[in-house]
Write a protein that binds this ligand. Structure first.
Ligand SMILES: Nc1nc2c(ncn2[C@@H]2O[C@H](COP(=O)(O)OP(=O)(O)OP(=O)(O)O)[C@@H](O)[C@H]2O)c(=O)[nH]1
Length: 270
């Protein structure tokens, strides 16, 4: 197993007021990197010690919510799906209303909650959560996606609160040097933490759980500061109403302001 050491955040005395709501933890990353499985693992390990709820995001279905409910790791009532109907990043960054409402509903229904985990729909390397929605966020890559993924960079890899290099057990089967991938992840992050994770490696799950609990402890003191990993890189939106079949745009000028995409097929280019 790869060399694996992360420092769990430690609470510090803070003059800031203590938060009155649950910490919201975002889990983002490309399609199939293991976000739902990671959340199932967290629920399995944490549900008996903290009061938890989960919001899932899928584009057209409630598949991830159904997967988590069927895993039997949490009271199904505590798992709510958001169907984004659009690029996943739209609902976690541009207009977070649906996710905020789902998180607030869960908090009202199961008060007091300690932690709401919000799973993004699988997206690409550019998608990160708005700090208006989550207090901390994980970015999940997987070894089966190739050892070079981590070198491709992006705001999630560079600046999410924790980078997870997942499915390390697959390294030998897909010819990926996991230690190197983790090392390059650390180099890309200026000392921000990286965890090498496999659901088959309990020690690595311990590291993840310790990081979540450490971050939650810091959050409760009021000392945790939500960080925006940064605007998305320019990206392409398919739009059948556009003469080129879509358009490239970026979010560099958003500065936290509301940002709308024209509906797909409308031919209106945001
Ligand atoms: N070998 C191995 N497989 C894993 C691990 N974690 C998840 N998987 C598998 O990876 C596949 C994708 O996992 P999911 O949890 O559905 O991934 P996801 O990121 O939620 O997928 P989307 O929601 O579609 O983006 C499934 O077949 C999982 O069983 C792991 O630690 N090791």
């Amino acid at each position: 197993m790869p060399e694996n050491s992360i420092t769990a955040a430690t609470p510090t005395a803070a003059s800031a007021p203590q938060p009155v709501r649950a910490m919201r933890l975002g889990v983002a990353g490309p399609v199939g990197t293991g976000k739902s499985s990671l959340i199932a693992t967290l629920c399995r390990r944490l549900a008996h010690q903290v009061s938890l709820a989960v919001v899932t995001n899928d584009i057209y279905t409630d598949e991830d919510a159904r997967f988590l409910k069927s895993a039997g790791v949490l009271d199904p009532e505590r798992i709510r799906p958001v169907e984004t109907g659009a690029c996943p990043h739209t609902a976690i960054r541009d207009d977070v209303t649906a996710n905020l409402l789902a998180a607030e509903d869960l908090e009202a229904d199961f008060a007091p909650l300690d932690l709401v985990v919000i799973e993004s729909g699988g997206d690409n390397l550019t998608a990160t959560f708005s700090p208006a929605l989550v207090d901390a966020q994980l970015f999940v890559l997987d070894v089966a996606g190739g050892g070079d993924v981590v070198r491709k960079g992006g705001p999630g890899i560079a600046r999410a609160d924790l980078l997870v290099v997942n499915k390390t057990d697959l390294g030998p089967h897909v010819g990926v040097d996991v230690d190197r991938m983790v090392r390059e992840g650390r180099e890309a992050r200026d000392g921000r933490p990286v965890v090498a994770l496999s659901r088959h490696d309990e020690a690595s799950v311990d590291m993840l759980v310790a990081w979540v609990l450490g971050t939650l402890a810091t959050y409760r003191t009021g000392a945790h500061v939500a960080v925006d990993p940064g605007p998305m890189a320019p990206h392409f939106h398919a739009d059948e109403g556009h003469p080129d079949g879509g358009f490239v745009h970026d979010h560099a000028a958003d500065e936290g302001a509301a940002h709308q995409h024209a509906p797909a097929g409308s031919g209106r280019y945001a």
